[in-house]
Design a protein around this ligand. Structure first.
Ligand SMILES: NC(=O)c1ccc[n+]([C@@H]2O[C@H](COP(=O)([O-])OP(=O)(O)OC[C@H]3O[C@@H](n4cnc5c(N)ncnc54)[C@H](OP(=O)(O)O)[C@@H]3O)[C@@H](O)[C@H]2O)c1
Length: 426
């Protein structure tokens, strides 16, 4: 059974997908019973070399031609960005054409609207590759685990930052040096802001949280702290204390609401996420019935990502041919999200202090005034530039922030040099 496919974008992922659809057509047909015919591919630059062979009249620089082509029954959006990708996806769904995308930015910003439109039109809107690249995680969260009351999802969902943090902690190298190396190797973009600033991970965190808890969380609502500005000494000290530092997407459901965050976090060495190295991604899912599940693998790259997209294309094509929504989208309920500061967490602090009698007592008093109790303290050095490392028990973040403001006003504290979240693993 034949389905006409239109592909918007033929770069790293779109180019690999088109090549797979063409070169592996027999294998795809043997396994799925489907003939997936690449009818039209939209690109920006018609002169660029592509990794697939198609007659030139099947490639266009007018993306609307892809969506509107009468033989295109299913649209795959792999252009990236909010526009024109968003309008083209909407146009496709409005025309009753199912859409597959890998665009986390678009899904995190407009997923609710696009999901609703797909639902109304009775067609698929699938985005397995938008989080975790080649790792199946969207389908497990929205389908396999639909009957579980998930409590927490933790993810290492940005390979660039995990590569940087791994190198820094294993080689003791400075952030700027490792970033430059990551750029030279192609792991980081020339403008790395979306990765190192936590924006990419925040979009993915929003998608994971929305599916896990069945409540739509817009990407812009996710508080994020990136790894730009992280000091190698904190990674090395954390390692000595028994922790790896990871940029975590953290989605938790509390009685008061849902808390979704992206934060550099100390993860105990014996937690499965601590050993996820380099550009790998991993998502750790917790629930009362399933206990703990770990999904890990390549979070990006043409082949892994195009494979995830192809899985969605096959599902959407089957659904189209069946003439029914086999996998209706998750129904999202309204929910309250908890802003930064509104949850209780454990934290690691590195304070630069004067080593004088009563310093520790003064610091402990400030924390105590804000209801923060200290679990462990380590001191290094003496004189005017001693270092104190503190790990607190669980305490309200807004109170911990207020304690930091007060600490900065103490004569004996030269600097609050680092504040990082500590994962509560139990
Ligand atoms: N790369 C990965 O490993 C990965 C992993 C997971 C998800 N994703 C997501 O997959 C999507 C595609 O990523 P990518 O890495 O494949 O991007 P890419 O290599 O930059 O490719 C983008 C493609 O879209 C085309 N394009 C862009 N703007 C266009 C416009 N206005 N009109 C027509 N064509 C346009 C480009 O045309 P030209 O080729 O002519 O420039 C190019 O073929 C993004 O949403 C990304 O977040 C990527």
């Amino acid at each position: 059974m034949k389905v006409g496919i239109g592909i918007l974008g033929a770069g790293i992922v779109g180019g690999t997908l088109a090549a797979k659809l063409i070169e592996e057509a027999d294998a795809i047909e043997a396994k799925s019973g489907l003939v997936l015919d690449v009818v039209k591919v939209g690109v920006r630059n018609l002169g660029k070399e592509r990794p697939f062979d198609l007659p030139s009249d099947r490639i266009t620089d007018n993306p609307e031609e892809v969506v509107d082509h009468p033989d295109v029954q299913l649209v795959v959006e792999l252009m990236g960005g909010l526009e024109p990708a968003g309008s083209l996806v909407k146009r496709s769904l409005e025309a009753g054409k199912p859409v597959v995308t890998a665009n986390k930015e678009l899904v995190a910003a407009h997923g609710l609207e696009l999901n609703g439109l797909a639902h109304d039109q009775g067609v698929a809107f699938l985005y397995e590759a938008a989080v975790g690249g080649g790792i199946p995680i969207i389908r497990p969260l929205s389908q396999s685990l639909a009957g579980e009351k998930l409590t927490r999802v933790l993810g290492i969902v940005n390979g660039t930052t995990n590569f940087i943090l791994t190198k820094m902690s294993e080689e003791g190298a400075a952030y700027e040096d490792v970033l430059a190396e990551a750029q030279a190797l192609g792991y980081a973009e020339a403008d790395p802001t979306a990765d190192v600033g936590g924006g990419d991970a925040a979009a993915k965190a929003a998608i994971l949280a929305s599916l896990a808890f069945g409540a739509w969380i817009p990407g812009d609502d996710v508080p994020r702290t990136g790894i730009d500005g992280i000091a190698v000494e904190d990674l090395l000290r954390a390692d000595d204390l028994g922790y790896a530092v990871k940029l975590l997407a953290i989605a938790e459901e509390y009685e008061e609401g849902i808390a979704v965050r992206v934060k550099p976090t100390l993860v105990p060495h014996d937690h499965p996420l601590a050993s996820v190295r380099g550009a790998q991604n991993a998502i750790f899912v917790e629930g009362p019935a399933i206990g703990e599940l770990l999904f890990s693998g390549p979070g990006a790259g043409g082949d892994p990502t195009a494979t995830a997209v192809l899985g969605d294309v096959i599902d959407a094509a089957r659904e189209l041919l069946a003439g029914a929504q086999v996998t209706p989208p998750v129904r999202f309920q309204p929910s309250k999200t908890l802003a930064d500061g509104q949850i209780a967490t454990r934290r690691y602090y590195r304070l630069l202090v004067k080593d004088a009698p009563g310093v520790l007592a003064a610091i402990a008093e400030v924390f105590g005034q804000h209801g923060v109790s200290i679990a462990s303290v380590w001191q290094e050095g003496t004189g005017d530039d001693a270092t104190l490392l503190l790990i607190t028990h669980r305490a309200l973040e807004s109170e911990q922030d207020a304690a930091v403001d007060a600490l900065e006003g103490l004569d004996v504290v030269n600097d609050v040099a680092a504040v990082l979240r500590v994962l509560i693993a139990d």
